[in-house]
Design a binder for this molecule. Structure first.
Ligand SMILES: Cc1ncc(C[n+]2csc(CCOP(=O)(O)OP(=O)(O)O)c2C)c(N)n1
Ligand SMILES: [Mg+2]
Length: 661
């Protein structure tokens, strides 16, 4: 059962001194006044976007005081200015982001301001989609678990009691990924401190529309190992106590925590919003009474902690510091325009280079075997070479219940590509995920960010779409949007394609073009067993995220078999292969259509006397579509399937037409 503060209240270890309390006030005020400065600069057209942390400062300064920069990990959201300040980001660094300066440590001027990111402080670059941070923070916490359990890993960049902080607004808990994240964090007892900053609105939509019963902490109360506390997030001292307990829970590895903090939002959603349109004065006045930047100094005075002159000195110091920071930021140059092209991919490791070309030096052993076997062999070799590689996805393990390993043969994937990996490398390196595709990719991003090498599987291309958000908006963008500070070089293996009788609508989809248009993502589609082996090795050893498409129909064909080319066989990306010489017509294709094209080309040569060149393009750079499936879904009846998918006759016909032209 989840544990609420009533039932488990280990005491906060530290009490706050006078200087702590004054510093809390200073940081809250600093945060508010930077927002005010940005609002002024936005109105002067000197910055281009503003979203404030106003009303959220108290709980965030408390979080920053409880947690440890460069030790713990941080997945904040756009209201977390006061957290970032408390962790050590300077006002100048914040205003560099606002003006879009090259020296902005958050993103080098690539993202909107308040999208926090700071390599030295372990603040992982934040994107704009609400809620994508949840699963990544779970993956980041899972990295601690895997590093600590994988014996072969000699270097373990973990402390053993680090916490992963992840925050979001109340409205964002409506996203499905929130539930996926809580489920896995609770199930694996991961040290994630979730902070939900509840200002009762998501832009104009109030809490009762978002959350059944109006309270997210009540709604999630049955998650095992999850320590839940509710707090007045406008009270920094109460917040500090609650967050101390929460962090202790995580540091002691008892599981995740949820701190549900009640805050206010005095400045509307952003400068593009005016809450007067949907929030009556009465409610705004009630909120104003709780404003921590106004109430906390009064409390310090009333309690005799601070004097008027101390409060005034803090105010003066804050104003001065912000003025200096703004002057410095406004004088800072913007990035060079052509720098926009940097860091789409790794600047250090180029998978199209010579370094990844050992194709001319295979060390063949054994009889020719199938693509499934050579993919499996590649993973075994690579996992032996590099203990950072972990494999997870739906059904990829041999058997989740380890005690059965001796009694059963093992599943190893619905197509058996990962068969035997768990048995050989153990259940901490090869394991099943929940049936949740965003969970797989989101966690992989968090794990890869901390230096592990996830090679995950999406069971069918047809079901990749819940993960598309993570792939398109996160996996592919992290390096670019953080100006190379963070990168998630995960490999996402995906089975795809038709030509399997009975595949029908939802087990035949291809659609690689949806991904080839995504910058930052390498999309690979091998057509033979040998290519699959060499290209998967390159995918694993390179430093970019790779979508590795495995055509199901090619898995066990006899025509594409090859002997095992050995543990160092690599084919560089970006290399097309002339698989048939010809002079009259050139056909460019990939995947399962290569072999059909070769048959059609032979037919053309024999029947029509036309010489056809065929080029296999395993690296998909742009949509290649001359002959393709019909613009329908794939039908169940073989007659339908044959008609819909490109056949030898279709290819031959297209070649004839091209030749006649
Ligand atoms: C996936 C996604 N959908 C919609 C948006 C647009 N959007 C940005 S913030 C926001 C409201 C978020 O509300 P809440 O989670 O309560 O956080 P708050 O802004 O109140 O702190 C919306 C709808 C977005 N950025 N991402
Ligand atoms: Mg909100």
């Amino acid at each position: 059962m989840a544990t609420r503060s009533r039932t488990a209240t280990p005491q906060a270890k530290r009490t706050l001194s006078k200087s702590d309390l004054l510093d809390i006030y200073r940081l809250m005020l600093m945060s508010r006044r930077i927002d005010d400065k940005e609002i002024q600069l936005k109105r002067q057209n000197k910055i281009y976007f503003q979203i404030s942390g106003a009303g959220h400062e108290a709980v965030l300064v408390a979080a920053g005081k409880v947690l440890r920069p460069a030790y713990d990990w941080f997945y904040p959201y756009y209201r977390d200015r006061a957290l970032a300040l408390t962790l050590g980001m300077t006002p100048t660094e914040m205003l560099l982001a606002a003006v879009g300066a090259a020296d902005d440590p958050n993103s080098g001027g690539r993202q909107m301001p308040s999208h926090w990111g700071h390599k030295e402080l372990n603040i992982v670059s934040q994107s704009s989609p609400t809620g994508t941070q949840f699963l990544q923070s779970v993956g980041c916490a899972e990295a601690w678990l895997r590093y600590s359990r994988i014996d072969e890993l000699k270097e373990k960049p973990i402390h053993g009691d680090e916490v992963v902080y992840c925050s979001a607004g109340d409205g964002t808990t409506s996203e499905g990924e929130w539930w996926e994240a809580l489920n896995t964090a609770s199930n694996l007892k991961l040290p994630v401190l979730f902070l939900i900053e509840d200002n009762k609105y998501a832009i104009s939509v109030p809490i009762e529309v978002q959350t059944a019963g109006g309270s997210v902490s009540k709604l999630v109360a049955n998650h095992p190992n999850l320590f839940i506390q509710e707090v007045d997030g406008c009270d920094p001292i109460a917040s500090y106590e609650v967050l101390t307990r929460a962090a202790d829970w995580c540091r002691q590895r008892k599981g995740p925590t949820l701190v549900h903090a009640h805050v206010t939002r005095p400045y509307s959603h952003s400068l593009s919003d005016d809450e007067i349109l949907y929030k009556p004065p009465r409610e705004r006045e009630e909120e104003a009474k709780r404003d921590p930047v106004a109430t906390f100094p009064k409390r310090l005075l009333a309690d005799g902690v601070a004097t008027e002159s101390e409060i005034e000195a803090i105010k003066a110091q804050v104003e001065e510091e912000i003025q200096v920071a703004a002057d410095m930021a406004l004088a800072s140059p913007q990035p060079k325009p052509e720098s926009a092209l940097l860091w789409v991919y790794s600047p250090d490791v180029d998978p199209t280079s010579e370094q990844f070309d050992t194709e001319d030096d295979p060390h063949f052993t054994g009889e020719p075997t199938t693509m499934v076997d050579l993919l499996n062999a590649c993973m075994k070799d690579e996992m032996t070479r590099d203990p950072r590689i972990i494999v997870f996805g739906e059904d990829v393990a041999d058997v989740s219940r380890e005690q059965y390993l001796k009694e059963v043969k093992g599943k190893g994937g619905v197509f058996k590509v990962t068969w035997g990996l768990q048995r050989q490398f153990g259940s901490d390196r090869v394991y099943n995920s929940p049936l949740a595709e965003a969970n797989i990719v989101g966690r992989a991003i968090g794990l890869a960010t901390r230096g592990l090498k996830p090679v995950v599987e999406i069971q069918f291309f047809d079901y990749i779409w819940p993960a598309y958000h993570q792939i398109r908006n996160e996996l592919a963008t992290l390096r670019w949007r953080s100006s190379n500070a963070f990168s998630p070089p995960a490999v996402v293996r995906v089975t795809y394609g038709g030509y399997l009788k009975g595949g029908s609508v939802y087990h035949s989809q291809t659609g690689a073009v949806v991904f080839t248009s995504v910058p930052g993502l390498r999309v690979i589609c091998p057509s033979t067993a040998l290519d699959a082996n060499g290209l998967l090795r390159t995918a694993i050893r390179c430093d970019d995220p790779v979508l590795f498409l495995e055509h199901k129909h090619l898995y066990r064909q006899t025509y594409n078999k090859a002997p095992n080319p050995g543990p160092n066989f690599m084919i560089p990306f970006g290399k097309a292969k002339v698989v048939r010489e010809g002079t009259a017509v050139t056909v460019v294709t990939y995947g399962a259509v290569v072999q059909r094209t070769l048959v059609a080309a032979k037919e053309l040569e024999e029947k029509d006397g036309v010489s056809v060149e065929v080029i296999d393009l395993p690296w998909l750079d742009a949509p290649v579509r001359r002959v393709a499936s019909t613009d329908t879904f794939v039908g169940y009846a073989p007659n339908l399937e044959d008609y819909i998918l490109p056949q030898v006759e279709d290819l031959a016909q297209a070649m004839r037409e091209l030749h006649a032209f």
